[in-house]
Design a protein around this ligand. Structure first.
Ligand code: FPP
Length: 255
């Protein structure tokens, strides 16, 4: 499949690549990117937001169906107030400024996280963004904002506990599937691949339940510099992974 022809003349040729249906990206390294350039951290976040737009375009053209990005964690509130304010402002600005481009690419926007606990103006952006993009067909961009994997699992357990309390479910009947069905966005498939740039080798509370069988791909590139070539490299390496889900590889099962 070759999807040709944007301004930079990239060839979205998936010949020796495997494109995941559902992809997670931890957008890390904005601060270091800025510090290396003697710029304030805010400049790194701005460059990171710009790069998110590029990632959306590239993933949409490659045929990813669900792209979940980690934009603000439940732990990020512990950053200095000025940085938190700037990230909130950037969030509002991102959807104001880039929605026409997301629309052009057929990208639907959704949010995951403890959205109810966010300030009203942010909740409004989430509501509007989801509403106006709900019929876009090509790819879903899922923005994890005020997101924590543990909090998501906790919220699922609380919903199930309510059902137990109401006598609808016996504790012994609780299944893994029920926990999955009560997560924030149960219709979004678990990510087959999670990419983390910037050299850190940890999951940082991202999609903890959903990543049980995700493949990981890491690189030293800082998020604002993580472009098309590197994404292509990740998809090429992913094509070589043997996903066994605790079982045997196809070759071994035939023996
Ligand atoms: C981690 O890098 C990144 C974040 C906490 C923010 C991620 C946000 C963006 C990429 C842009 C915003 C996007 C939207 C939709 C608002 P870091 O600051 O921890 O980097 P460091 O580890 O180098 O300090």
């Amino acid at each position: 499949m070759a999807i040709l022809g944007n301004k930079q003349e990239k060839t979205y040729d998936t010949g020796d690549l495997k494109v995941p249906v559902s992809l997670g990206v931890i957008m890390d390294g904005n601060g270091r990117w800025a510090t290396k350039r003697h710029l304030p951290r805010s400049a790194g976040h701005r460059a990171g937001a710009e790069n998110l737009k590029e990632l959306c375009r590239n993933c949409g053209r490659y045929g990813v169906k669900y792209l979940t990005v980690y934009a603000f964690s439940t732990e990020n509130w512990s950053r200095p107030e000025g940085e938190v304010d700037q990230l909130m402002k950037l969030f509002v600005e991102f959807f104001d400024r880039y929605d026409p481009e997301l629309e052009q690419e057929g990208i639907r926007v959704r949010f995951t996280g403890d959205i109810a606990a966010l300030p009203e103006n942010i909740r409004e952006v989430c509501k509007k963004g989801e509403e106006r993009s709900k019929n876009r067909p090509k790819m879903q961009l899922i923005v994890a904002f005020n997101y924590g994997g543990r909090r998501e699992i906790l919220s699922s357990c609380q919903k199930i506990a309510e059902k137990v309390k109401a006598g609808e479910v016996e504790p012994s009947d609780i299944t893994e599937q029920m926990i999955s069905e009560n997560l924030y966005l149960p219709d979004v498939p678990d990510p087959e691949l999670i990419i983390r740039p910037s050299g850190e080798l940890r999951i940082s509370n991202f999609l903890l339940w959903e990543c049980a069988y995700s493949e990981f791909w890491v690189s030293d590139t800082l998020w604002p510099d993580f472009g098309y070539e590197e994404l292509t490299r990740a998809f090429r390496d992913y094509a070589k992974r043997d996903r066994r889900f605790g079982g045997l590889s196809k070759k071994e099962s035939k023996e």
